[in-house]
Design a protein around this ligand. Structure first.
Ligand code: SF4
Length: 422
């Protein structure tokens, strides 16, 4: 059995032996993207499982073992881990957890320490928690992000974004229900097979796959119906994770809406660019700045390939990352980079410009960045764009689903009336 080794701060290192013996549990956020990523790591010899446990118990465990003024996403992730431990499904001596650390100043960078504290307090001090980061924040001998893994992971981000975009614009209009979901499964499986044999993440292969995926979705038979177009923005976890937002996308689809959820790549580009903006504003390490510029350039190339492919089709896409910056001129500075920072109001304006004037801005309780850059910007955006119909919705353990849905329904009734008049 793998030996428990700690670093000088007492953190358990995920060792090579653990890689062979342990199951790594991942909190789910974006099912398409995360399933692709899971398959990449499985092919590399890891045992990985996506957690989809939900319900009141998860929230209660989060509340019990985390400080109760911590932000909602941190609380849910801790609750999911603790619920998994207590489920009896796993050998608690052979599991590890993994979470992403962005390296920013927000709590997303500090989650990991809070989680370790919570897991220890719950009586499991020997469960390793792995940090998934590319900023070199924490290292583990048994968990290495090699260049092929990083490239495949980035490819799965863009494939996930593409499939999400296409399926959201197809599902509400399908003649035969379930066609889009069938294609999602097919492409997650096909792409995972390609990754396994080191294919599918070079630019040429990505372009070919983009065209094939778009062709497949275009072939789904649809009937044109009038739908309310709704954009979903907000804090990254609450915006994407259906457990956190009470299955918002499904709720909207059931209420005659077509949903647009901005992709993950834009957020990653914003996070990389934040380093460059920091350097412009405050100076600092030149090497880091150069590396950030190179990485941003690489991501722009991926984004370009994606946009060129979608451009040729009937599907709507939002602006390229670089083109979102001028949208917030006079509204918020580019140095505002905690949480979703300036990119959140930019996404809202971009959605309005592309006809998704009705917007749900999801915000977790205890999240100061989203309250400033999300809710705090709504009034000004509405003044600048009178067509914008935005509703900020708070998500936390105390907020009731009925209350949230009533607020959204109010926004939808305004949208439906406008649609009828048009
Ligand atoms: S952005 Fe908000 S919700 Fe996300 S980690 Fe930071 S404080 Fe928490």
């Amino acid at each position: 059995m793998a030996e428990i080794i700690r670093d000088k701060y007492g953190r358990i290192i995920f060792t090579k032996e653990m890689k062979k013996e342990y199951t790594v549990l991942v909190p789910d956020m974006l099912p398409i993207h995360f399933n692709l990523m899971k398959n990449i790591f499985t092919a590399e010899g890891y045992k990985v499982e996506l957690l989809d446990n939900k319900g009141a118990n998860v929230k209660q465990l989060g509340l019990k073992y985390m400080h109760n003024d911590i932000c909602y996403p941190a609380l849910l992730v801790a609750g999911q881990f603790l619920d998994a431990i207590k489920s009896g499904k796993y050998d608690v001596n052979k599991i590890a957890f993994i979470i992403m650390q962005t390296g920013g100043g927000c709590r997303a960078s500090n989650y990991i320490h809070l989680l370790r504290k919570a897991i220890k307090k719950a009586g499991y001090p020997n469960i390793p928690i792995i940090s998934f980061n590319i900023s070199g924040l924490e290292k583990n001998s048994g968990f290495k992000l090699t260049l092929p893994i990083i490239r495949k992971t980035l490819a799965s981000v863009i494939y996930g974004d593409l499939i999400m975009l296409l399926s959201n614009q197809t599902r509400p209009y399908e003649v035969k229900k379930g066609e889009s979901d069938r294609l999602i499964k097919k492409w997650v499986s096909d792409l995972s097979k390609q990754f396994r044999v080191s294919k599918g993440y070079g630019f040429k292969q990505m372009r070919e796959n983009f065209d094939k995926i778009i062709r497949n979705f275009s072939d789904i038979k649809i009937e044109k119906k009038e739908k309310i177009k709704v954009g979903i923005v907000g804090e990254i976890y609450v915006k994407y994770a259906k457990f956190a937002n009470n299955d918002l996308e499904k709720f909207l689809e059931e209420h005659n809406c077509e949903v647009m959820v901005p992709g993950l790549l834009g957020f990653l580009m914003f996070k990389v660019d934040a380093r460059i903006q920091d350097h412009l504003l405050y100076g600092g390490n030149i090497i880091r700045n150069v590396l950030a510029k190179k990485l941003l350039h690489f991501l722009e190339k991926i984004e370009n390939a994606f946009m060129e492919a979608v451009e040729k089709s009937r599907f709507t896409q939002l602006s390229a990352y670089e083109h979102t910056k001028p949208l917030v001129n006079g509204l918020i500075g580019l140095g505002n980079r905690m949480g979703e920072g300036w990119f959140l109001p930019a996404e809202m304006i971009d959605l309005v410009n592309y006809g998704y004037e009705n917007i749900v801005c999801t915000q977790p309780f205890g999240c100061l960045p989203t309250h400033i850059c999300g809710k705090g910007m709504v009034h000004k955006i509405k003044t600048m764009y009178p067509n914008a119909n935005i509703v900020p919705v708070d998500y936390d353990t105390g907020a009731t689903k009925v209350n949230q849905e009533n607020r959204i329904k109010l926004m939808l009734s305004v949208a439906a009336e406008k649609l009828q008049n048009e």
